[in-house]
Design a binder for this molecule. Structure first.
Ligand SMILES: Cc1cc2nc3c(=O)[nH]c(=O)nc-3n(C[C@H](O)[C@H](O)[C@H](O)COP(=O)(O)OP(=O)(O)OC[C@H]3O[C@@H](n4cnc5c(N)ncnc54)[C@H](O)[C@@H]3O)c2cc1C
Length: 356
């Protein structure tokens, strides 16, 4: 959109992704950094949950944050240490349970689970009950706490663009849909076909095997505010709100996302069924109250409804065995874990298999 970069749904890249480090050229992506931790809106106030090890100058804010008890704070540090090496190969040997169950067993207070883990990881999993597998939680927690949370200066699309630029153009056909398969032919939507010796399907597995995967969905709204509201580089979480999961002033992270004198707000909503027109009004009112801005300065820009956002990775999900058919193989985040790293891992695994 003119003058704005709008990612299709709020996404971040985690610099500690092992394969990402290998396959991407980080310096060309010009990463822009979030501050570690989050700001949590409760009882009409924002509270910091910062990572004292990464952000020592904010140690006092974390230690005195009323949201977490002393025991919760110590447990966070212990968990960080315990999970520091959790990576792609650890999913299958891990004792799996739901994330909520894991956090309770770990001894976190229910208050801290609800005020921090539910909105933070609910925003990552795109579901608020934390029924997502604890193995995925461990992976993501490890990556969040070891590396930095970033977006490329010119938007998330820069990541696939960089990979694409490393492949010669004639090897990729864009904007073309495979509508069916016929022996060793992939039939294209214009009626033509491409012959193959080996085929890797990296699209929607439900097209081939209906109801194979259940998805979590998300709505992402972009609003622009006529004036700069703040210079804040945190993710804002809303544990008490029945609509908003998170708000990010995305052009505070990368100024390229919007003109200088405005604030661009990315607002994510999980699981609600109100009509868009109603949601726009409700969100405008909420934003006006929370950030104390005149209502007529907040303008709706764009909404993305993403129905098949992330596969729902509940307990036991990683033990599924997606077998290749006689003629083709599967790739994509649904064969590993749903993240940019999971997508790269799936591509690498299938390439290794075909080469060998
Ligand atoms: C809102 C949202 C937020 C996310 N946040 C993060 C995050 O913060 N960090 C993170 O690491 N990950 C995040 N993810 C997950 C991450 O984006 C995905 O795991 C990853 O992009 C999956 O890559 P993929 O290649 O498996 O699938 P996709 O990126 O979905 O690619 C599949 C491709 O196949 C094409 N296709 C489908 N069917 C056909 C067909 N019949 N013919 C031809 N082409 C077809 C599609 O058009 C698409 O381009 C997020 C995802 C969403 C949706």
């Amino acid at each position: 959109m003119d003058g704005f970069i709008l990612d299709k749904g709020f996404q971040v890249y985690l610099t500690d992704y092992s394969l990402g480090k290998k396959f991407l050229n980080y310096s060309n992506l010009n990463f822009c950094f979030f501050k570690p931790g989050a700001k949590i809106y409760k009882n009409s106030n924002f509270y910091h949950i910062s990572d004292p090890l990464k952000n020592p100058q904010e140690l006092h804010k974390t230690l005195f944050s009323p949201l977490a008890s002393f025991s919760d704070k110590l447990k966070i540090l212990y968990l960080k240490n315990l999970l520091s090496k959790f990576d792609n190969d650890d999913f299958l040997n891990d004792k799996d349970m739901s994330t909520k169950e894991y956090l309770k067993k770990f001894g976190f207070s229910l208050k801290f689970i609800n005020d921090f883990f539910v909105p933070f990881f609910g925003g990552v999993f795109l579901e608020n009950e934390l029924t997502t597998s604890s193995s995925f939680f461990k992976f993501v927690f490890s990556k969040f706490s070891k590396g930095s949370v970033v977006i490329p200066k010119k938007g998330m699309q820069e990541i696939p663009n960089q990979l694409y630029n490393n492949i010669s153009e004639e090897k990729v056909i864009l904007n073309t849909k495979v509508v069916s398969l016929d022996n060793n032919k992939a039939i294209i939507n214009d009626g033509t076909f491409i012959e193959f010796k080996k085929l890797v399907l990296a699209g929607d597995i439900n097209d081939v095997n209906p109801r194979m995967i259940k998805y979590n969905s998300v709505k992402c709204f972009y609003f622009v505010c006529d004036e700069k509201i703040s210079n804040d580089k945190y993710i804002h979480l809303f544990p008490e709100d029945d609509l908003i999961n998170n708000v990010v002033f995305i052009n505070n992270i990368s100024p390229s996302y919007a003109p200088n004198d405005v604030s661009l707000l990315s607002i994510s909503l999980i699981g609600n069924f109100l009509k868009t027109e109603n949601l726009i009004k409700i969100i405008q009112n909420k934003i006006s109250k929370i950030y104390r801005i005149n209502l007529n300065k907040i303008h709706f820009l764009k909404k993305y409804q993403i129905d098949k956002a992330l596969p729902h990775q509940s307990k036991g999900y990683y033990e599924r065995n997606i077998k290749p058919s006689r003629d083709y193989f599967f790739s994509g985040d649904h064969t590993t874990h749903s993240s940019i790293e999971g997508a790269m891992l799936s591509g690498k695994r299938i390439a290794d298999r075909l080469i060998n």
